[in-house]
Each structure stands twice: as structure tokens, then as C-alpha cells.
Design a protein around this ligand. Structure first.
Ligand SMILES: [Zn+2]
Length: 263
């Protein structure tokens, strides 16, 4: 089979044996793929300076369908996003986004998902520190939606009834979004979402749905610190509910707890 050349972003990277790198990539053509780059640490010609986390470019894969570990034979980096590595808050937010992508996206063709990951990393890299969390929350909601888990915000996720935009409603992770009053009474669990929180989720999910090429607004939501924490918790619970395994979301937890500020 001829080599596949596809747009790709490095979402996880680790050294392997003496000179190789193991990477997990989100690709435009083949969704999420694990690959080994043999000799990557010795070959600047084939791999540039390194296969760095969050680097984006063209991956050359000796691609075999169904194989768990593909062979990465080259990577032409187009963007290396140094702003993400230079700031711990941005790095933690980007790592949380990467973790969600790796948990929710699989090896199917995912052009919309790919574009949303790329746009999300750009938004996090370009955000001023107070807006980093909003940029990441928006990016993850859009990836979640691209992965098939778009939450219901204007209609009841259970019965489909239209919801009053002025009313708080119960957000139920397992059912997949907001519930009307009647369904909320019969389905225990979930969290009460006041109208501004529902508006925020709607704006995050809507952006890029109808206009995939539209740039992200500079300050799409503007949350207080307490609101941002509540949104991080809500989205963590939602991702954990829909991820196919029960492994803890380590990078997300570090982001949510601001582990990098601990002394
Ligand atoms: Zn209902």
C-alpha cells in the first residue's frame, strides 16, 4: 500500500527505545492514530527538530488498515505552537483538549473534528490568560459535538419539548443535555443550569457548526472564575459519561485544579 500523507496534529508524544518516538495523532483522513517514528530523535531530515506536542503538519504514514500502531515515516511540521509550551495555563488547557480528543475520537475519517482541534489549539495559544479557559471550554464542546455528542440546549434531550430560554433547566449527562421540567422530575441526577450557563454552552457548540471556516470570536463568553470552574466540572462529567472507558481524565483534572500553581 502506498504511503498516506495526511494533515495531522501531535496530541501525545513519548520517547521510545533509544532513538524513536511514539505519538498519537489526530489526522484529517484517518481520525486518531497511534504511530511509531523509528529513529525520529536521530533524523532531523525526516522529522525536523522533533515531534513536539501540539505540532501540526503533514504526517507520512506507512498506513495499514486495522493496525494498532502505524509507522510514521516523516512529519513536515507547519505549525509548532510555541505559545502553548511557554505558559503553564495554556499548556494545561491544551493538554485537557488533547485528552478529550483521544478519548472521544477514533480511527474514522473526521475532517470536521480535525479542524475543530486545530482551531481550538489556535484559540488557546492566542488567548490572553483570563480567556484561556473559555477558549479551551469552547474548543472541547465543539470537539465533543463533532464526535457525535452535541448536547441538547434548546429542546429537552428526553422528550424534545422546546425549553424556555429564561428558565434554569437540569442538564443530564447520560440523556445528553437539558431536560424539561417534567422529564427533569423523573430522571434523577445532572446539574441545574441557569440561563447564562446554557447560553454559554449554546454559543460554544454553535460556533463552527454552521460556519466551519469562521474565526473564533476574540472573547466569546467572558466567564467569572467561579463560572469557569462550574463549566469545567460540567464538561468533565459530560466527557467522562460519554468516553467509552472509565479511565480518569488526568490532564483535565490537572487543568481544573490548576495543579501547576500548587507549591
Ligand atoms: Zn422532556
Amino acid at each position: 500500500m502506498p504511503p498516506v500523507v495526511t494533515d495531522a496534529i501531535v496530541l501525545h508524544a513519548a520517547d521510545y527505545l533509544e532513538s524513536s518516538r511514539l505519538v498519537r495523532l489526530v489526522t484529517r483522513q484517518h481520525g486518531v492514530q497511534s504511530a511509531v517514528a523509528r529513529g525520529a530523535r536521530n533524523s532531523r531530515k525526516r522529522f525536523g527538530s522533533a515531534l513536539d506536542l501540539f505540532a501540526e503538519g503533514q504526517a507520512h504514514l506507512d498506513w495499514r488498515p486495522g493496525r494498532d500502531l502505524q509507522a510514521l515515516t516523516g512529519f513536515d511540521a507547519v505549525r509548532i505552537r510555541p505559545a502553548l509550551a511557554a505558559d503553564l495555563g495554556r499548556f494545561a488547557a491544551a493538554s485537557a483538549l488533547a485528552e478529550c480528543v483521544l478519548r472521544l475520537m477514533h480511527d474514522e475519517v473526521a475532517p470536521q473534528g480535525y479542524d475543530r482541534v486545530a482551531a481550538g489549539l489556535e484559540a488557546i495559544a492566542g488567548a490572553a490568560p483570563p480567556a484561556v479557559n473559555e477558549a479551551a471550554l469552547g474548543a472541547v464542546w465543539r470537539v465533543v459535538s463533532a464526535a457525535g455528542f452535541a448536547p441538547a440546549v434548546d429542546h429537552c434531550a428526553e422528550c424534545g419539548a422546546a425549553l424556555d430560554p429564561a428558565m434554569a433547566c437540569r442538564f443530564h449527562h447520560g440523556v445528553g443535555g437539558c431536560l424539561c421540567e417534567g422529564c427533569g422530575r423523573h430522571l434523577p441526577g445532572g446539574r441545574l443550569l441557569p440561563p447564562p450557563a446554557r447560553d454559554a454552552v449554546r454559543r460554544w457548540v454553535d460556533w463552527g457548526g454552521d460556519h466551519p471556516g469562521r474565526p473564533i470570536p476574540a472573547d466569546p463568553v467572558a466567564l467569572t472564575e467561579i463560572e469557569a470552574k462550574a463549566h469545567q466540572r460540567l464538561l468533565r462529567e459530560f466527557v467522562a459519561t460519554h468516553a467509552p472507558d472509565n479511565r480518569p481524565l488526568k490532564a483535565w483534572t490537572a487543568w481544573e485544579q490548576e495543579a501547576w500553581t500548587a507549591t
